[in-house]
Design a protein around this ligand. Structure first.
Ligand code: ADP
Ligand code: ASP
Ligand code: MG
Length: 416
């Protein structure tokens, strides 16, 4: 007997038929004698609609009320799945975040989980009951207000719950049958990975692969939760209980025997570039630029500094998320006299392509071959950053697909 957390994302619970399919997956594990806690997302598209309703009510709104609204999507699916399981003769009950409780910080809209009281669910297991937990939500204990964990947060609910109840495995059921070398929607030749190290998945997720929420991987890493990404679209009847199902295990690096140099490629179209031209090259300039951005709570990602066309001053380029673009431009304009510069050039239509692999630690020249391959295809690189297990390139958004496919082939990631 094992203790499992099974998480189902929005497309897996998109309608009653799909919820029935989920219930059959749960039944399969219950029949095999396992203790099961299920974490569900809202029905596909439901959270977007709720977010839109908040905006329609008032563009500037109280984040606590936003959370009250958007958490409702998961309340619906947890109840519906419990009803469906009961109709199949399986003892089940729904749990809202506040009922367990899942306690969180007070950063409404992107709260962090502080603790999960596993006791009540374990009591339910004793009584042979499946726990159906609403993902994405918790409660800020001091204020008693509902809080949500940021978009894609049900992944984090699932991994945190797996850690809290010491589950043997956390299965993430989604609309793809695992983690691929890159988004299979963009690159049909993408290959499913059998295993990926936490560190690599963390980079993939934070650099744009939305298959798992970043925070869920951080938690998995800290608590060493075995996370298995698999498809909910497989028919439960077709799954052979004696053979491992197709999917990807996210695990400790030491569990992976063979490392390719490059494991995967992530991309993000959610970027914007700001170049400050002809800044005087003297101490304090970077502080004059990045101080006000930081005060305005704007996260700066890539930073590149080079000599200006006049040979005397310097140009400073950096990127921010598309959401922060207007505010960032505004902040720099306001600091203009303190910084002192000739011109501001900006570009909103840019993408960041990132190449990831723990094998890069021990291989030189990985990035250099990318520069050549992209140059051969006429793709201009606007900025570059590197770290131990990844490098990222900023390019014109129009070339995203070409660049990802080119690098995917270059590093031998295409499936046979
Ligand atoms: P869910 O609703 O189940 O949480 P998501 O839409 O959040 O599912 O995540 C699954 C999607 O992530 C896939 O449909 C796929 O397009 C996308 N994705 C991006 N990068 C990858 C990758 N490297 N491997 C697998 N899926 C990826
Ligand atoms: N329903 C939430 C969202 O769409 C959480 C999730 O699906 O993980 O972001
Ligand atoms: Mg998701």
């Amino acid at each position: 007997m094992a203790r499992l957390v099974m998480k189902f994302g929005g497309s897996s619970v998109a309608d009653i038929d799909r919820i029935r399919n989920v219930a059959r997956h749960v039944k399969r594990e219950v029949d095999a004698g396992h203790e099961v806690a299920v974490v569900v997302s809202a029905m596909a598209g439901a959270t977007n609609k709720l977010v839109e309703l908040c905006r329609a009510a008032s563009v500037l709104h109280d984040q606590r009320e936003y959370d009250a609204v958007v958490a409702s999507g998961e309340q619906v699916t947890s109840g519906l799945l419990a009803i469906t399981l009961q109709a199949m003769g399986i003892a089940a009950r729904s749990w809202q975040g506040w009922q367990i409780p899942v306690t969180t910080s007070d950063q409404h809209g992107s709260a962090r989980i502080l603790g999960i009281e596993g006791g009540p669910l374990l009591d339910g297991f004793e009584a042979g009951q499946v726990a159906v937990v609403a993902g994405f939500q918790g409660i800020h204990a001091e204020s008693g207000r509902i809080a949500t964990l940021g978009r894609g947060g049900s992944d984090t609910s699932a991994v945190a719950l797996a850690a809290a109840i010491k589950a043997d495995r956390c299965d993430i059921y989604t609309d793809v049958d695992g983690v691929y070398t890159t988004d299979p929607r963009l690159v049909p030749k993408a290959r499913r990975l059998d295993k990926i190290a936490f560190e690599e998945m963390l980079e993939m997720a934070s650099l744009g692969a939305k298959v798992m929420q970043v925070r869920s991987i951080e938690l998995g890493m800290i608590h060493n939760v075995r996370i298995f990404v698999r498809s909910s679209f497989d028919k439960p009847e077709d799954i052979d209980p004696h053979r491992p199902p197709p999917g990807t295990l996210i695990c400790d690096e030491t569990e992976i025997m063979e490392h390719e140099v490059v494991t995967g490629i992530a991309f993000s179209r959610d970027e914007a570039q700001i170049s400050i031209r002809s800044v005087e090259d003297k101490p304090g300039v970077a502080a004059a630029i990045f101080g006000p951005l930081s005060d305005a709570n704007i996260n700066v990602d890539m930073i590149v500094q080079n000599v200006s066309a006049d040979g005397k001053t310097t140009d400073l380029t950096f990127t921010v998320t598309a959401a922060d673009f207007e505010r960032a431009k505004d902040t720099i304009e306001k600091a203009r006299s303190a910084i002192g510069f000739a011109r501001l050039d900006t570009a909103a239509e840019v993408s960041k392509i990132s190449v990831i692999g723990v094998g890069m630690r021990s291989h030189a020249g990985v990035a250099a071959s990318a520069f050549r391959a992209l140059a051969d295809r006429g793709v201009n690189i606007r900025a570059i950053t590197t770290s131990e297990i990844k490098f990222s390139l900023l390019i014109d958004a129009a070339f995203t697909e070409l660049a990802v496919r080119t690098l995917h082939t270059l590093y031998g990631l295409d499936k046979a």
